[in-house]
Design a protein around this ligand. Sequence first.
Ligand code: PLP
Length: 405
Amino acid sequence: MESLARRFGTPLYVYSANHITQRLELFQLAFSSLPHLVCYAVKANSTLAILQMLACRGAGFDVVSGGELERVLAADRAAAERIVFSGIGKTAAEMDLALRSGILLFNVESEGELELLSERAAKLRKRAQIALRVNPDVFTETHPYISTGMREHKFGIDIRRARAVYRKAGKYLEPCGVSVHIGSQIRSAEPFGAAAQRVAKLIADLRRDEHPIRFMDVGGGLGIEYHSDRPFDPEEKVRQYAAALMPIVESTGGLTLLLEPGRFLVAQAGALLARVLYVKKNGEKTFVITDGAMNDLIRPALYQAFHEIVPVAPRRSSRRAPADVVGPVCETGDFFARDRELPALQPGELVAILDAGAYGMSLASNYNSRPRPAEVLVEGKRARLIRRRETIEDMLAQERAEALL
Ligand SMILES: *Cc1c(COP(=O)(O)O)cnc(C)c1O
C-alpha cells in the first residue's frame, strides 16, 4: 500500500482482482444447478477494467443508463447479449442504443415507458425482450435511500397491476420475464425469498394469459458486513441467498434466473488510500484531516455509512482514542468517520478506508474542484493503473468562458 501510494499518489482506490473474481464464482457456483446468469450491477463500480475482467468470466451486466451500456460495450462488445437494462427514466435515445445493440432484456418500469419502447422498437424494426419490473411491496431493513421495493417508492409497477400492463406490449415487444429489485445492502435472505414468491405467483398468472415467461430477474441487493468485528462469511451468505431463491425458481419451472449483484461482488475488494494532512484539536475533539474527501467517497455523508479505517503502517502501541476522520471539503458532512476509536495518527501517514470498492469511485465527483482519484487493480504481485488521476486540465477542458473586455 505504501509503495502504491508513492507510485500513484493519494487519494487512491486500490482493488483486488482475485477478490472480485472469487465473489463472482461464489455466485456462479451457488446457482450452478439452475440455468442462470449473473448480471453484475454496473453502477456499483463501472470502471472499464473491472467490467472487462467480469465479462471475461462470463458475467452479464445490469445497466441503468446509456452511459453504462456504452461502458459495457467498450469493455466487451460481445457482452451485449448478456445485458439487462433497468431504470425508471430511459430516454428514447437510450432505448435506441439498447435496441441496436441487441441486449438481452429491458426491465420496463412504467406504462409510459412500455409505450415509448414499443414505438422505438417499431421505428427501428427491432424486436425486444421485455420484463416488467414489479414493485412487490416487500419491507427491507436497510437505509431508506436504498430501499426500493415498497409501494411508496418510485421503482417498478405495482405488482397488482402488472398483469394488465403485460397485455399492452405491442407486437415488437416480447414479454418474457418478470423482474424485481427490492433494495441494496440487505443482510437477510428472507425478503428476497418473499419477493421471489410474489413474482412466482405473477409468473403463473402471466403464463395462464399465454405470455411465455422464461426469465425471473431477482435484482441485486445482497449486503455485506462493513464492521470488521462482526462475523461475516460470504460463502454462507450466498448459500442462504440461493437457498431462499432456488426452490421457488425450481417449482415454477422453465425459468432462467437473472441475478444482479453489485455491492457483494466489489465492495470488499477495494480500499480508498488517503494520506493524513493534519491532526488538529478543537476543544475536546480530535480531527484527522486527510487528502481524501466526500467527493472521493460519499457513502458516509449520503447514507451515514460505516467504513473501517486502518493505519497502513504497523503500530507499536495499542492505545486508541476517539477522532473524526474528515476531508478538506467545505461541508460539515465531509467525514469518513465520527468519534471513531483509532490509534494515534500522524501527518504524512497513510490510512486505508476499507470496503470502498462499491459505490465509491462510481459516485465520486469534482465538488470543490477536486480532481477524482486514480484507480489501481492488483493482480497477484502486479499492480496496474486502470484509471489515471484526473487533472485540473481534464476538468477545465469541458468549460468555456468568454474573456470580459
Ligand atoms: C443498484 C441495483 C442493483 C445492485 O444493487 P447492489 O445492492 O449493489 O447489489 C441491482 N439491480 C438494480 C435494478 C439496481 O438498481
